[in-house]
Design a protein. Structure first.
Length: 676
């Protein structure tokens, strides 16, 4: 009897045995179609054996083992297994996620079918590249000398030449016949990077991998990588799973970016998986950022990662000057201070570009009736509906619900409805009134909702068709705007006192990134921040361009408060139509956890060592308590030991799988959560 163990895309913590008469151990890694329930499913063969725990007459037989593409290598399976174990997902779910949709469904792109076996093509040639500056050189020397696992943190402001270092390291690796995996937050936002890689390595085979690539092309890219034909993979978080037989270097650009963490299904961090992968393969990984995640920076300071600093800008002489505008005693005009308005006037007079940064899209965050107190609430979420005047809609930014903008109060009929607060659309309108002669361009997820629109907007900025840009953090992502000399941030203070302990870190990083857009070419840049807290250490560190100081003080705060990276966390979330049900379920789950911890004092089946470091918190409603008509609650578990937390969570989650949850309740676990 020969049996294959199949990982199927189901949220069940197990694999499934099937009879496969003509199979052998070498079939591990092939996709396979099997009967499941009343239909068929395609999964991945992850094991092979000759006996099963289940009685032979209960076992079903595979429909077909799909040997029309090379098997997924052991390294790929190991990565999926690690991901499943660490993030408490099922192996089948992770395998499904790791495959492009077409391959997941058991299909192949047409062109590939004809010629399944392909050899390795000749090594690529490169165009010339600039000689490295001294700091870049020393970084580069360290990266390429290592022929073992090393994790580097390449820390340098925008324009310090990080990308140039990546490109040199990539050239080295390609020259030795290796493959390179480069992960970026969002490719659609950075077409410049793709062009730069293409022009630098004109004959290298580059695969761009992200979810907006068409199905067949994605599958083809995956197969090119798997067969060793592709040299460079440039992709978003999903690309971390692409199998690469000659992988010698991984680069994670903008490693602090939260889009590396998946927020549904298996909640993996592509950056952390990339580090694990580099470790497994004993190769180098370079994490790059102007504002590293504090977790990453902490590891670098502790010596687990090697810190490589690029303290200077590669071309522009000086970083932009940062001025804090104290608005405590000033009456603002449409949210803008006089100093800011004057600075904008100056740029207009000189024919230079300005950028006004406000990280809130829409016209106003809420519409209100002054007569009866009605405000625009989403009926599905614990959130307000945002006023979008551009197309006269009210929109929920959480669930996507929309309605036409009411002309009268739905409760009392009052015609005088007032938008409160300010978003990018309102700022755009105010600037248009203040500067009627200026050409103003708004850039946010509404105006740039497709890659094509985004590229058109970028092109108009580059060709100098805009004087003032108004936008969200979308504008902060890796672009050169050569005529931009002024960046002003408004409404940033809100993030200083947000309940999320990561809010200051994000604010610093956003302001640093958006400020870095100014003064790149030969024009000096200036950054203005309107604030009621000009003495706040965050702003002071920003004014001094001192990430390290900011990071140290944040890490001190986190150490004394017991937050990551000094503790490790997992969140169990539950959602159901009623808050009482969600909370009650989490109480049960907490009870399970307490029992597990008590039993662990006795040696048999102990989920952890006696020195218990696991801290269980009480179930609480989530900050966004209601989303899409579901009431959400969460339970936080913490430990100073990652290993203990892992071990505990494993036993805990498998115990929760044994519970019968109330109808309509869904739960999931988020290990190393970023959102609370
Ligand atoms: P980062 O990735 O840190 O933002 P880049 O690598 O994009 O920095 O470099 C910023 C600018 O400086 C780019 O225009 C780049 O071409 C230029 N540059 C970087 N390194 C060098 C170098 N060694 N010689 C000449 N120009 C360089
Ligand atoms: Zn009213
Ligand atoms: Zn909503």
């Amino acid at each position: 009897m020969t049996i294959v163990c199949v990982a199927l895309d189901l949220p069940l913590p197990r694999v499934f045995d099937y009879l496969a008469a003509d199979s052998s151990e070498s079939d591990i890694g092939y996709r396979v179609t099997v009967p499941f329930g009343r239909s068929f499913k395609t999964g991945v063969i992850v094991g092979w054996k000759t006996t099963s725990d289940q009685p032979a007459d209960r076992l079903k037989t595979v429909v077909a083992i799909l040997r029309d593409m090379p098997p997924l290598p052991g390294e790929w399976l190991a990565l999926c297994k690690f991901c499943a174990a660490y993030y408490q997902a099922s192996l089948g779910e992770v395998c499904a996620l790791a495959l492009p949709p077409m391959l997941r469904r058991g299909k192949l792109p047409r062109e590939i079918k004809a010629k399944p076996n392909l050899g390795v093509a000749p090594a690529p040639t490169f165009s010339t590249s600039p000689a490295l500056l001294p700091d870049q050189q020393s970084a580069m020397a360290e990266i390429t000398v290592a022929k073992e696992y090393r994790c580097f943190l390449l820390h340098g402001v925008t324009g310090s030449g990080k990308t140039e270092v990546y490109l040199h390291a990539i050239a080295e690796v390609l020259g030795r016949g290796g493959q390179v995996l480069m992960l970026v937050p969002e490719i659609a936002l950075t077409p410049q990077l793709e062009n730069r890689v293409r022009t630098r390595f004109p004959s290298a085979r580059l695969v761009v991998a992200n979810s907006s690539v068409a199905d067949a092309a994605r599958a083809r890219g995956f197969l090119d990588a798997l067969s060793g034909r592709a040299d460079i993979i440039l992709g978003t978080r999903l690309a971390v799973f692409i199998p690469l037989p000659r992988l010698r270097l991984i680069v994670v650009d903008e490693e602090h970016d939260t889009s590396f963490k998946q927020q549904d299904g298996p909640r993996y961090s592509a950056r952390d998986l990339a580090i694990w992968r580099a470790h497994q393969l004993a190769i180098s990984i370079v994490l790059g950022s102007a504002t590293p995640a504090l977790e990453t920076y902490h590891h670098a300071r502790e010596g687990r990662y090697r810190l490589l600093d690029l303290p200077l800008r590669a071309v522009a002489e000086a970083p932009p000057t940062v001025h804090l505008i104290d608005i405590r005693r000033e009456k603002l005009r449409d949210g803008l201070s006089q100093a800011f308005i004057t600075a904008l006037e100056l740029r207009l007079a000189r024919g230079e570009q300005s950028l006004v940064f406000l990280n809130r899209r829409g016209y106003a965050p809420v519409l209100a009736c002054s007569a009866c107190g009605w405000i625009s609430r989403c009926h599905r979420c614990a959130a307000n509906l945002v006023v979008h005047l551009a197309d006269a809609r009210l929109r929920c930014h959480h669930c996507g619900f929309e309605a036409t903008l009411p002309r009268a109060c739905p409760d009392c009929g009052n015609l005088d409805l007032q938008p409160f607060g300010r978003g990018t659309q309102r700022l755009e309108a105010a600037l248009a009134t203040l500067f009627p002669q200026a050409r103003i361009l708004r850039i946010d997820r509404d105006s740039a909702n497709t890659p094509k629109k985004w590229q058109t907007l970028l092109a108009s900025i580059h060709s100098g068709e805009a004087d003032i840009l108004v936008g969200t953090q979308m504008l902060a992502k890796g672009h050169d705007f050569p005529q931009l000399t002024l960046v002003g941030a408004v409404g940033a203070d809100a993030a200083l006192f947000a309940a999320d302990f990561r809010a200051p870190e994000r604010l610093f990083s956003q302001l640093m990134q958006v400020g870095g857009r100014s003064g790149r070419a030969d024009l000096a840049g200036e950054v203005l921040i309107q604030t009621e807290y000009p003495d706040h250490p965050l702003y002071q560190a920003l004014a001094d361009h001192d990430y390290a100081r900011f990071a140290r003080s944040q890490l001190e705060e986190r150490r004394s408060a017991g937050f990551p990276p000094f503790t490790f966390q997992a969140l169990l979330r539950a959602e159901s139509p009623a808050m009482a049900v969600s909370l009650e379920f989490l109480e049960r789950v907490k009870g399970l956890a307490s029992t597990l911890l008590e039993n662990s004092a006795s040696p048999a089946g102990a989920p952890q060592s006696p020195g218990n470091t696991i801290v269980l918190y009480d179930p609480v409603p989530m900050r966004l308590q209601r989303l899409m008509a579901l009431e959400r609650a969460q339970l936080l578990v913490e430990s100073v030991s990652r290993a203990q937390l892992q071990n505990f969570v494993k036993h805990w989650v498998s115990a929760i799988h044994g519970l019968k949850p109330p109808r309509d309740l869904r739960w999931h676990i988020d290990v190393d959560p970023l959102e609370f």
